[in-house]
Design a protein around this ligand. Structure first.
Ligand SMILES: *[C@@H]1O[C@H](CO)[C@@H](O)[C@H](O)[C@H]1NC(C)=O
Ligand SMILES: *[C@@H]1O[C@H](CO)[C@@H](O)[C@H](O)[C@H]1NC(C)=O
Ligand SMILES: *[C@@H]1O[C@H](CO)[C@@H](O)[C@H](O)[C@H]1NC(C)=O
Length: 794
């Protein structure tokens, strides 16, 4: 049970760091780093919270320098030439939490200037020119201190009294540079109560010096970092120091950094460490100057993790199996070898404990790596990011015996698969990262059947084929930065919840694919070359119409085409329903036509529009004809403007309406009525004919009565005389009452043809229309007869 609190602490220390020293989003930060400053600038804004003055040439801090910066939280004065800091320089900076004074030329470690700066959490005074490391009494009052960086280029010894002032503090981390140390007072480090201790070891020293330092270091904290173990020639002093650890160690997490030695030396150091209570061993920046086989006792102890980062081998010829055998035999749960140019690894031996292997950024090739490896049956996670893997099929066959493998990351390799292939994946695989490879559509023939999370971003995929194996379990599919020309449908992975298809090449995604993906909750389709046309309309409304979390919306969804919409956000792109829906468009056109027809119908019905139109047309026609009539062509015998013929039944209308309107006007028309101008001794027909011949126009008032009683007189006359031919303008037909076609006897050819061809004037019953009727009739008659003739006639 003791393991758990420790583990939490380990995570805490390595995950959090000292973020308080760096600007967060809302901090007011001033960066004057590397600005050749000789002194602290005087014009700093009073609100400054984070101030970086590192890497300048400041050589002194005056009492006024930071006096106005009441909000200052973090101050970096590292890498300057500061020799002296006036007392009370930070008296106004009550919020100062982070102060970096490392790599300056301070001589006095008393640090009086820290008096009352109680808010301080992070203090680095390492690499100054202190002659001793005896901390002053002010350190006792830094009650919030979490991190202390110490060390000096000049201090040669470390003694118990030096760290006395911080001996009761529960610090998170202390870092002490001991490069120049030659004397160490045993037990000094033991006064520290810190979770993490970082020692930069002396560059040289006797084995007893190392033995004393290492023994104390291993007893004082849980997490120990040791830097600077460089043995170019002789390493035995260090090795002796490590060997002396025995059972004293409290360290669970050991980090070794900046090592230069031979393979034999590093084995000599790791062997004693392995036998302590250590759980996690991490080695960073190690240079191997020679590799020869070394004896290693593979004890029963199982390490939780072994990490090796930045391993450099500077010999050309060596037996590679020396290294591989070590890793094949050790008992470790998590193994990381990263950034190390590793080209191969043999299959670990039976009974290994590997659950997690991370070989990020090496030079592994796929052809033989872990092929036919039967003993990685505990392995759950295998990370082969950034290697030289080429054959995708080989990657699948590599996993076939790894029956616990859940997560495989082969991203950032050169994987290809040229044709459809049945692959040999282990059934346990659930998370597969294939991003940044050279895979094409064929990859879909070679996917593990139980996959849940599949990352294939940054490949060369054009289309997700419709016919692929069912991937029922798939929940997350990442296909960003490919060359997809259309959105994939989820028919073969109906349980998909997350789909990333950003930065592809499709123009007009429709939202219909959603119907095949009933469980989709997140979609990223940003940065595609959207064509803002009707096809895109549903898609651009997806955000409004679905619950799906659309990543990057709205700013990353822009129209590329058509040109005039380029850069428009899809959110702002609207095409009306009508423009995009042909059915609707047709309905609207038909609808408006019907409406128009209805309006016209109604207008006609209530206002008798056609009647008006006809009357106006006739009127204009008549005006035209009248204008064209040359008065000289008129027959000299004409006496009357018009002759009117009508039935006795209609005589009332003629006398009350027609005659007053024609005769009682400003320029009265002379009208010939056969009864009025009856010449005795002549028969009716003769009289009528005389009238017709003396009149310029003949008006027939047509009604059923007229047709039945009067017309017979004319039918014969018209047949014999051409005077009133059909073409003649002299005939005016006024239809007083509608005459149904059947009422016209078939022998009246003339009337039928006249009625059929000639436009006639209809008498409107409606009073308001009658004015127009008269105007028309007057215009039709309209002719000036010479007055002389008028007189002779009278
Ligand atoms: C201060 O600046 C130096 C150099 O720019 C940098 O290396 C160091 O990490 C900074 N210190 C803190 C505490 O941020
Ligand atoms: C070991 O690897 C597992 C799986 O990635 C991880 O959860 C765990 O934190 C690792 N343990 C250590 C001590 O690194
Ligand atoms: C796959 O690996 C890449 C790095 O190569 C990483 O950025 C990405 O987040 C990983 N994908 C998943 C789903 O974890």
């Amino acid at each position: 049970m003791a393991f758990i609190p420790f583990f939490v602490a380990w995570m805490f220390i390595f995950k959090t760091g000292y973020s308080l020293c760096f600007p967060a989003e809302n901090n007011i930060a001033i960066n004057n780093s590397s600005s050749s400053l000789m002194a602290v600038p005087s014009n700093l804004p009073n609100q400054t919270e984070i101030l970086d003055l590192s890497q300048n040439r400041i050589n002194e801090i005056h009492i006024q320098d930071f006096a106005s910066l009441h909000r200052l939280r973090s101050l970096n004065l590292s890498i300057n030439r500061i020799k002296n800091i006036a007392n009370a320089s930070f008296r106004s900076n009550q919020k100062l939490e982070c102060l970096d004074l490392s790599k300056n030329e301070l001589l006095n470690i008393e640090c009086q200037f820290l008096h009352n700066v109680t808010s301080l959490k992070y203090l680095d005074i390492s690499y100054n020119r202190f002659l001793s490391l005896t901390l002053g009494i002010v350190f006792r009052f830094l009650k919030n201190l979490e991190y202390l960086g110490l060390g000096s280029k000049e201090a040669m010894n470390l003694q118990r009294s030096d760290l006395k002032e911080i001996s009761r503090k529960q610090l998170q981390e202390v870092s002490i540079g001991l490069e120049s140390l030659s004397e160490y007072d045993p037990g000094t480090l033991l006064v520290l109560r810190t979770k993490k201790l970082h020692l930069v070891l002396p560059s040289a020293g006797s084995s007893s010096l190392f033995t004393m330092i290492l023994r104390d270091a291993f007893m004082s904290s849980n997490t120990l970092k040791l830097s600077n173990i460089e043995c170019y020639e002789e390493c035995s002093n260090y090795i002796i120091g490590f060997k002396a650890l025995g059972n004293f160690s409290r360290v669970s997490n050991l980090l070794l950094e900046n090592l230069t030695m031979t393979w034999q030396d590093i084995m000599g150091i790791i062997q004693p460490i392995w036998d302590t209570k250590i759980k996690n061993l991490s080695i960073t920046k190690i240079t191997l100057s020679d590799i020869r086989s070394a004896v290693f006792q593979y004890s029963d102890r199982v390490l939780e993790s072994l990490s090796i980062r930045e391993l450099r081998i500077i010999v050309f010829y060596f037996t590679q199996s020396i290294i591989y055998n070590f890793f094949a035999k050790i008992k470790v749960v998590n193994l990381t070898i990263s950034n190390s140019d590793l080209i191969f690894m043999t299959c670990p031996e039976q009974g290994n404990y590997y659950k997690f292997i991370d070989f990020t950024n090496n030079s592994m090739t796929s052809d033989f790596f872990f092929q036919d490896c039967h003993f990685l049956n505990l392995l759950e996670t295998l990370i082969l990011q950034q290697n030289m893997l080429l054959h995708f099929y080989k990657v699948s066959s590599m996993t076939q015996y790894m029956k616990s493998l859940v997560h495989l990351d082969v991203s950032q390799n050169h994987l290809t698969l040229n044709e459809k292939t049945n692959c040999l994946w282990t059934n346990s695989l659930k998370i597969l990262n294939l991003s940044s490879n050279r895979l094409t559509d064929a990859v879909f023939s070679c996917l593990p059947s139980n996959i849940e999370i599949l990352d294939m971003e940054k490949n060369n995929i054009n289309i997700v084929p419709k016919r692929i194996n069912n991937l029922e379990m798939m929940k997350e599919l990442y296909l960003g930065s490919n060359k997809l020309v259309r959105l994939p449908e989820c028919n073969n992975f109906r349980n998909l919840e997350i789909l990333f298809v950003e930065e592809n090449s499709y123009h007009e995604p429709s939202s219909s694919f959603l119907q095949t993906c009933p469980r989709l909750t997140r979609l990223n389709a940003a940065f595609n070359p959207f064509s803002c046309t009707c096809h895109l309309r549903d898609f651009s409304r997806m955000k409004e119409n679905t619950q799906i979390d659309l990543l990057g919306w709205p700013e990353s969804y822009q129209c590329i085409y058509p040109e005039k919409l380029r850069g428009t956000l899809l959110k702002d792109f609207h095409l009306s329903e009508v423009m995009c829906n042909t059915g609707l468009l047709l309905m609207i056109i038909l609808g408006s036509m019907i409406a128009l027809a209805a309006i016209m119908g109604l207008t006609c019905h209530f206002l008798d529009l056609p009647w008006y139109l006809r009357m106006i047309y006739q009127w204009t026609q008549m005006r035209r004809r009248v204008m064209m009539t040359d008065i000289l062509q008129l027959n000299e015998n004409l006496t009357y403007h018009a002759f009117v013929s009508y039935s006795q039944h209609d005589s009332r209308w003629v006398k009350e309406q027609l005659l007053p309107n024609l005769e009682e006007r400003e320029n009265p028309f002379r009208i010939c009525l056969h009864e009025r101008h009856f010449i005795p001794g002549k028969g009716i027909i003769e009289n009528i004919i005389t009238c017709i011949e003396k009149s310029y126009k003949s008006i027939f008032v047509l009604s059923p009565n007229f047709v039945q009683s009067e017309w017979c007189h004319y039918e014969l006359y018209f047949a014999q005389h051409q005077v009133l031919s059909e073409q003649s303008d002299n005939l005016i037909l006024v239809v007083l009452e509608p005459i149904p076609q059947f009422m016209i006897p078939s022998k009246y050819y003339k009337l039928k043809s006249l009625m059929a061809k000639k436009t006639y004037l209809e008498w409107p019953k409606d009073k308001s229309k009658q004015r127009l009727f008269w105007a028309n009739l007057q215009a039709a008659i309209g002719i000036k007869l010479t007055t002389s003739k008028e007189e002779t006639l009278m």
